[in-house]
Design a protein around this ligand. Structure first.
Ligand code: PEP
Ligand code: MN
Length: 345
């Protein structure tokens, strides 16, 4: 935004008013004119708010670079949950390892109040020698377990040729952090017209993240759910650096659904309860929690996986609805009785 001043106005008076509105400004001086450039990191203000400042003659506003995202429904519905209204719990292992493993985990996370199960069939591993996932067969194991226990499915698509199979089994197509800016993959995945879970790239700015979502919407995704999973920091005490400021910004300012994945963010099980609470407190629409029935034996990411008991304890502390251990199944499309999030303005 550029704020122009009326001739004869004292620029320092307007500058003080702009700062009082929470804006970072840079003064631009022409031959006989002064104006102010509103810099990034400023609070979001409307043009009308600025025009009301005495001495301001005009405000020039840049067009939004992500019009489709701006028009995305405010509370999109996913597996019966109004995202941004009712907190969403997604849980499951890092990788789908076997039909028995995923069935056992699905039973436990469904009881804990999860609405969707996560688990990778195709795993993006830093080392080519690490377990790479069980591949396409795991998609069938995952969706069968999900159906049996009344859960939706989210799983990662790593390559365009995997997109049709993943779309056939998943309610939500996950794009991993390493692929956030793989624009041809975003387009191929989006063509299946499923909602997409867009993990933030490990060094992506918020604007790059929003623009990646715009690609998904442009190519057919009905809506995009964001997921903050930690960005690259300098400190190895935690695996990554959980950027809760970005979560608050997306949720409170942009009114977008953003989940937090504290598992990949901190990489250590002991901090997950604290970070989960913090995430919901700043406005996250829900949580993605890695959970394994036997974390010590997990083929990937065991140290950050919660046990089913730990998930149940945390979910219950956070107010997620738990399902009785036997008897009636709770469908993910059943009306939610979860605590409501504060309405976003
Ligand atoms: C995952 O969720 O399984 C995963 C690999 O996450 P990320 O892309 O955030 O590393
Ligand atoms: Mn993982």
């Amino acid at each position: 935004m550029i704020v122009n001043l009326e001739i004869g106005t004292d620029p320092s008076r307007v500058q003080r008013a702009l700062v009082a509105h929470g804006l970072w400004v840079r003064k631009l001086e022409g031959a006989n004119q002064v104006c102010f450039l509103i810099e990034p990191s400023s609070r979001q203000v409307s043009r009308d708010e600025l025009l009301a400042i005495p001495g301001v003659s005009d405000v020039a506003v840049a067009k939004s670079p992500h019009p489709l995202l701006d028009a995305q429904p405010k509370y999109p519905s996913l597996c019966g949950v109004a995202l941004g209204r009712d907190p969403l719990l997604i849980a499951g292992p890092c990788a789908v390892e076997s039909p028995e493993q995923i069935d056992a985990i699905a039973a436990r996370i469904s009881r804990a109040g999860a609405r969707l199960i996560r688990g990778g069939a195709f795993k993006p591993r830093t080392s080519p020698y690490s377990f790479q996932g069980q591949g396409e067969q795991a998609l069938g194991w995952l969706s069968a377990a999900a159906r049996k226990h009344g859960l939706g499915v989210v799983t990662e698509v790593m390559a365009a040729e995997q997109a049709p199979a993943v779309a056939e089994h998943a309610d939500l197509l996950q794009i991993g952090c390493r692929n956030m800016q793989n624009y041809s993959l975003l387009a191929s995945a989006a063509e299946h017209e499923r909602p997409m879970l867009l993990k933030r790239g490990m060094s992506a700015t918020v604007e790059e993240w929003l623009l990646a979502a715009e690609y998904c919407l442009l190519h057919g995704a009905p809506f995009v759910v964001f997921c903050e999973r930690g960005i690259r920091g300098f400190d190895t005490s935690t695996r990554n650096l959980l950027d809760l400021g970005a979560v608050a910004l997306l949720s409170q300012v942009h009114g977008l659904p953003v989940l937090v994945d504290p598992s990949h963010a901190c990489g250590r099980r002991d901090l997950i309860p604290a970070l989960s609470k913090a995430a919901l407190a700043v406005g996250a629409a829900g949580l993605l929690l890695e959970t394994h029935d036997s974390p010590g034996e997990a083929l990937s990411d065991g140290p950050q996986a919660l046990s089913p008991q730990e998930l149940e304890a945390l979910a219950s502390e956070l107010g997620f609805r738990t399902k009785p251990s036997s008897g009636e199944r709770v469908s993910p499309t059943a009306p939610a009785e979860l605590p409501r999030l504060e309405a976003r303005t």
